[in-house]
Each structure stands twice: as C-alpha cells, then as structure tokens.
Design a protein around this ligand. Structure first.
Ligand code: NAP
Length: 249
C-alpha cells in the first residue's frame, strides 16, 4: 500500500522539474494528482509521462481567475484537497542596478502573489489532516549574486509558512516550506544556459555544495512525500532543506 493511498493532491508547476517529479512520486504512492502550469504542450507531455492518476488543468497561478477555474475543477471532480504543493515559481538574473520593474513584478506576481492565492483559494477544499507544502529555496536565507529579487520572494515564502501555521492552528492543516538547493531541472538548466556562462556558473554552484553535485528533482520529491504524508504529522511552520548541505554550513 502506498503512503498516500486515496489522497487528492494539487501540484502547481507540475509539468516540469520538481513539480513533475513530485506528481509522479505522489501517484506512485497512491494519490490522485491535479497538475497545473501555463504551457498546455508541457502539460500534455506530463500527462503522457505520468500516466493514469493525473489530471492537468492549464493556468497561471498569478491570475486569480485561473486559480478559481483550477479549484472549481478540483471541487467538481474530487470535492476536496488533502495535499497542496504550491510549487510554481520562476526567477531572472539581474544585479542591483539592472533590475527592471517588469521583471520585479513578474517574479513577485508568480512566486509571492501566486503562492498566497493558490493557498487561500485551496483552503475551502481542505480539512483537518491536510498538508500544504510551499517551495522555498536556499536563496531565501542566503545572499546570491544577481538574484536578489527571486531570493526576496523565497524569503517571503518562508514567512508565509510561519504566519500561516498560526492562522491555521485550529484547523488541523499543516503548512511547511520545502527549500531545494541547486537542482537539475529544466528551469535551472535553461537559466544557466541563457546566462552564457553555463560551465563557470555550474562549477561555482557545485563548489558551494558539500555533497559535491546538484540535486535531482526526484530527491526533492522524496522529501515532498515526507511533508505530504502523516510521517510529518508533528511538523508545521518548518523549513526543510534539500540542498546537499549548501545553506547548512
Ligand atoms: P521548472 O522546471 O522551470 O518548473 C517550474 C514550474 O512552474 C513549471 O511547471 C512551470 O510551468 C511552472 N510555472 C512557472 N510560472 C508559473 C505560473 N505563473 N503559473 C503556473 N505555473 C507556473 O523549475 P523547477 O526548478 O522545477 O522549479 C520549481 C520550484 O522550485 C520553483 O518554485 C523554484 O523557484 C524552486 N526552486 C528550484 C531550484 C532549482 O535549483 N531547480 C532551487 C530552489 C528552488 P509553465 O512554465 O508551463 O507555467
């Protein structure tokens, strides 16, 4: 029997990287999973790769109408949510002095506003025993050159979990942050390629990781499973790092 047998999960940003690996793992453990993302083609590919047990709903987490449509679909199809993985996120490299208003608005809209309203709009479908997992990052508690806006959004995520654990104290719903370090996903690898300094930046990241390599999305998914399951029943407001030691030393 799987560790999530009979559970209903929603994974935002479930068509790629950490979200895709987590959707696969949740389904392997017996859950049914709704995934969302903006790109329909990537959603179709994910549905094909995952197989039975997944339902894709296209949408942008920073558009409240899209979130309403997502959760209306979940309500109509399954009536409840046991596990919410608010994972959709993105970032752009720019040092202070070169940050544009457009880029600031995009990254805060998706990572902060998107996460907040994903959780707020999911809550009416959740009940005692529910688990909310927010995707943070090592960058939320470290300085990272040319990545201050993204890092600030992840610091905001960290506080959301602390504060929401208090807001939700009488509900039996837990909320925790899962913070990966550099993880080999399309999001990170494409970002490094776009920088034009892929080899140097990759070597620079690995040099900061005691385990000596980047993480795999499946390694983050394994910890998402722990936070989703009753194995973490006495945890709320926490941050769990899956970072090869990067932000721990
Ligand atoms: P990824 O492969 O690019 O996946 C990002 C996912 O988020 C995609 O499914 C993307 O789908 C979705 N997404 C982005 N903007 C969205 C929006 N506005 N609405 C709905 N979905 C949206 O990158 P990843 O590395 O797996 O990232 C997943 C999470 O981990 C992010 O929150 C990221 O900040 C965090 N993280 C990653 C690393 C790392 O090294 N990889 C480290 C720390 C934290 P669409 O493009 O189709 O919308």
């Amino acid at each position: 029997m799987g560790r999530l047998e009979g559970k209903i999960a929603v994974v935002t940003g479930g068509n790629s990287g950490i979200g895709l690996a987590t959707a696969k793992r949740f389904i392997a453990e017996g859950a049914e999973v709704f995934i969302t993302g903006r790109r329909q083609e990537e959603l179709d590919n994910a549905v094909e790769a995952i197989g039975p047990g997944v339902i894709a709903v296209q949408g942008d987490v920073s558009h409240l109408d899209d979130l309403d449509r997502l959760f209306a679909t979940v309500r109509a199809e399954r009536g409840r949510i046991d596990i919410l993985f608010a994972n959709a996120g993105l970032g752009a490299l720019a040092p202070i002095g070169a940050i544009t208003e457009e880029s600031f608005d995009l990254v805060f809209d998706v990572n902060v506003k998107g996460t907040l309203f994903t959780v707020q709009k999911a809550l009416p479908l959740m009940q005692a025993g529910g688990s909310i997992i927010l995707t943070g990052s090592t960058t939320g508690s470290m300085g990272t050159p040319a990545f201050s806006v993204y890092s600030a959004t992840k610091a905001a995520i960290r506080n959301f979990a602390r504060s929401w654990a208090l807001d939700l104290r009488t509900t039996g719903i837990r909320v925790n942050v899962l913070s990966p370090g550099p993880t080999a996903t399309p999001g990170l690898l494409n970002g490094l390629a776009r920088s034009g300094q892929q080899d140097a930046m990759t070597a620079g990241l690995i040099a900061q990781i005691p385990i000596g390599r980047m993480g795999l999305p499946e390694e983050t998914a394994a910890v998402a499973l722990f936070l989703a399951s009753d194995d973490s029943s006495f945890m709320t407001g926490s941050e769990v790092f899956v970072d090869g030691g990067m932000a721990q030393v």
